[in-house]
Design a protein around this ligand. Structure first.
Ligand code: ZNH
Length: 141
């Protein structure tokens, strides 16, 4: 579980990232699709060319969900409950892919926040994204 200190770091990182969250989400999703091309199989119905409006729009949705979880960390299981069902029952995303997205989000945060993204903040945000991924994949079987 996340300690009080980690929760404070996560919310401070999110406060710095939030004003630019749509761009961050776009960059993170695009990075995932390029660095881990196997993830493209889930998005065959979208225009996956670099910089596409589809990537921009979907990236914004994904980061918004992450942001909502970050704003209310203690209740993130209920915040993410509908998305958890969606990913398990409808989308059937192989849980291995969550770590690819998490990695991409961390890299994008590092590139935008530079020295504010301290090793401690990185560690806390990594743990937070792993917790989000665990919730999104807990209904799989
Ligand atoms: Zn997911 C969808 C979030 C991961 C795939 N997603 C989605 C949405 C959201 C999300 C918000 C929208 C919903 C509605 O619309 O209702 N995701 C998310 C998050 C995460 C994720 C938060 C983590 C962290 N996903 C993921 C992955 C993948 C995915 C990893 C793969 C690779 N998703 C997906 C899909 C979809 C989604 C396919 C659907 C899209 C469309 O629109 O079609």
């Amino acid at each position: 579980m996340l300690s009080a200190a980690e929760k404070a770091l996560i919310s401070s990182i999110w406060q710095k990232a939030a004003p630019n969250s749509e761009q961050l989400g776009f960059e993170a999703l695009q990075r995932m699709l390029i660095v881990f091309p196997q993830t493209k199989t889930y998005f065959k119905h979208m225009d996956l060319s670099k910089g596409s409006a589809d990537i921009r729009k979907h990236g914004a949705k994904v980061i918004q969900a992450i942001g909502e979880a970050a704003l209310d960390i203690d209740n993130m299981a209920s915040t993410l409950s509908n998305l958890s069902s969606l990913h398990a029952y409808n989308l059937r995303v192989d849980p291995v892919n969550f770590s690819f997205l998490s990695h991409s989000v961390l890299v994008v945060l590092a590139s935008h926040l530079s020295e504010d993204f301290t090793p401690e903040a990185h560690a806390a945000f990594d743990k937070f994204l792993a917790a989000v991924a665990a919730i999104l994949s807990e209904k799989y079987r």
